[in-house]
Design a protein around this ligand. Structure first.
Ligand code: NAD
Ligand code: DAU
Length: 357
């Protein structure tokens, strides 16, 4: 095990205005006042500075608006600020959007990662002591499981959507920079996250928003696909642990040991929401509508996070039902946030995805 030098870190966090990134930024800014945290984000439809209002005035926090595919701009920021580490989350992250428009995923996820790797390599010039490039990735790179088995760090890559193929490419590039140039990298592959500030294009926040508004609940196919859900703050804590104690060149799988069929999850959400909204039990379930399946829909994801537990002592902290309740409460008390992100372009995307196919 190795420990990052904990003084004088200048950490570049990319994608910090997004869902997971905002939880990582908040954690690093509040737990480590001795670090300078730079949040670099292009503020695409998925990036929202409202997610960080509570910490935006912290003396160790700086926001940088930039696009990770712009090599000149990224080089200039490394030059100006002298980042000592990178925690790279910026990405196009929604599978359905990658099916509609794959090229933007390849540009951001593949080229953007290559640009950051280049900039780090140029800036650090082989003086790698105390440096780290942490790449945040997904379990989807491993493909799809049948009814049994788990993804381990040794599972061969088998990505099956434009999104997962672009993330797999970026993982390969990160490892290639380690093997070829000795860049000190670490990679983690995590399962499905849920929690506050999750953009309502993804299953859980979309269902919460539609239940709230008495709109149909679009379940793909038969609803029997399985995902392994992890509370986003547990993911942020895993990233913290791996950033500080992970071994250079290594990969860590992160997961919730918490598999749910989509339809069971949607029904559980309906039951929670009926209670919270004072509706008669069974009311929201009537909104469930089976719709055309996602093309190439991966059947099952399940992560074996034993390595992370055994080597670095991490484990999930929250039971799923408790996490779901917390998440529902957040959405019900933050209606203005939801209204803001679902106005305008969201409606066009929603119509294209759910009404025009
Ligand atoms: P998100 O879509 O909520 O946020 C992505 C952020 O990246 C946004 O703030 C966006 O503005 C920014 N961004 C996009 N393109 C950019 C560009 N060209 N330059 C700079 N910034 C750009 O994503 P998320 O769900 O928070 O996922 C974050 C990371 O974690 C991604 O790399 C994703 O692959 C990975 N991941 C996500 C999950 C999940 O369940 N959501 C699970 C495992 C891994
Ligand atoms: O596994 C990690 C991945 O999890 C991350 O890398 C991705 O960034 C993240 O978006 C997520 O991908 P999924 O495709 O699993 O998540 P999503 O919320 O889009 O879908 C979850 C499941 O619910 C999936 O089986 C498809 C289904 N679904 C989704 C939506 C949006 C529906 O049935 N209806 C829907 O409307």
């Amino acid at each position: 095990m190795q420990c990052m030098n904990t003084t004088a870190q200048k950490i570049l966090i990319t994608g910090g205005a997004g869902f997971i990134g905002s939880h990582v930024v908040r954690r690093m800014v509040t737990l480590y006042p001795q670090y300078q945290i730079f949040n670099l984000d292009a503020l695409t439809y998925a990036g929202n500075l409202e997610n960080l209002r509570d910490i935006e005035d912290a003396p160790n926090y700086t926001f940088l608006k930039a696009d990770i595919t712009d090599q000149e701009a990224i080089n200039a920021l490394f030059e100006a600020h002298g980042f000592t580490s990178v925690i790279h989350l910026a990405a196009e992250s929604h599978v359905d959007r990658s099916i509609i428009d794959p090229l933007v995923f390849i540009k951001t996820n593949v080229m953007g990662t290559a640009v950051l790797l280049n900039a780090a390599r140029q800036s650090w010039k082989g003086a790698y002591e105390g440096k780290r490039f942490y790449h945040v990735s997904t379990d989807e790179v491993y493909g799809s499981l049948g009814e049994t088995g788990f993804f381990t760090e040794e599972t061969p890559y088998d990505p099956r959507s434009p999104y997962s193929a672009s993330k797999a490419s970026s993982d390969h590039l990160v490892r290639a920079y380690h093997h070829t140039y000795g860049l000190p990298v670490v990679v983690s592959n995590c399962s499905n996250n849920y929690g506050s500030h999750h953009f309502p294009e993804k299953l859980i926040p979309l269902m919460i928003n539609n239940i709230r508004n008495n709109k149909p609940l679009p379940v793909y196919g038969k609803g029997d696909n399985i995902r392994d859900w992890l509370f986003v703050e547990d993911h942020a804590r895993a990233i913290d642990v791996i950033f500080h104690n992970g071994k250079n060149g290594d990969t860590y799988n992160i997961g919730g040991f918490n598999e749910w069929k989509n339809i069971d999850l949607v029904k559980t959400l309906c039951a929670i929401m009926d209670k919270k909204l004072g509706r008669e039990a069974g009311t929201s379930e009537k909104l469930i509508t089976y719709v055309t399946d996602r093309p190439g829909h991966d059947h099952r994801y399940a992560i074996d996070a034993t390595k992370l537990n055994k080597e670095l002592g991490w484990e999930p902290s929250l039971q799923f039902e408790e996490g779901l309740e917390k998440t529902v409460d957040w959405y019900l008390t933050n209606e203005a946030w939801v209204k803001n992100v679902t106005s305008g372009a969201y409606q066009q995307y929603y119509d294209k995805q759910y009404h025009e196919r």
